[in-house]
Design a protein around this ligand. Structure first.
Ligand code: FES
Length: 128
């Protein structure tokens, strides 16, 4: 596929797989030709997804596989040095991420399925 053509939305999981403030679904993307993990979770009814890469140090953030929220399940919290992010926007609220934000991946839900939307920079790990 030529670099300029965007792949279509990619099926990620069933809507029911994303429980409110529950465990995230992880998936693989290619960003700027490098493999990167990403995750999707549901917060206040909205399915949201981000690259699994902290704005402080570019490392994965989950406490255990798929666990991204703090103890009260109000924020995304990095397990390395405790950066706190708004789950709906990915904006840093507190901690060493300062004014940074997580890289958001657009999601849509349709007929009980969740899809993520590739961009020029963030593409499926496996393309035809
Ligand atoms: S690596 Fe996430 S807060 Fe430092």
């Amino acid at each position: 596929m030529p670099d300029t053509e965007l792949p279509p939305p990619q099926r990620l999981c069933a809507s029911a797989d994303l429980a409110e403030r529950g465990k995230a679904v992880s998936f693989d993307v290619i960003q700027w030709r490098e493999p990167v993990r990403a995750f999707a979770l549901r917060f206040d009814g909205q399915a949201v997804a981000y690259l699994n890469r902290c704005a402080h140090v570019p490392t994965e953030m989950d406490w255990q596989e798929g666990e991204f929220l703090d103890g009260d399940k109000r924020y995304i919290m990095c397990s390395i040095h405790g950066a706190v992010y708004d789950p709906l926007t990915g904006r840093c609220l507190m901690g060493p991420c300062t004014r940074g934000r997580l890289t958001k991946i657009e999601l849509t839900e349709r007929e009980g399925e969740v899809f993520w939307h590739p961009t020029r920079d963030t593409r499926p790990a496996f393309e035809d």
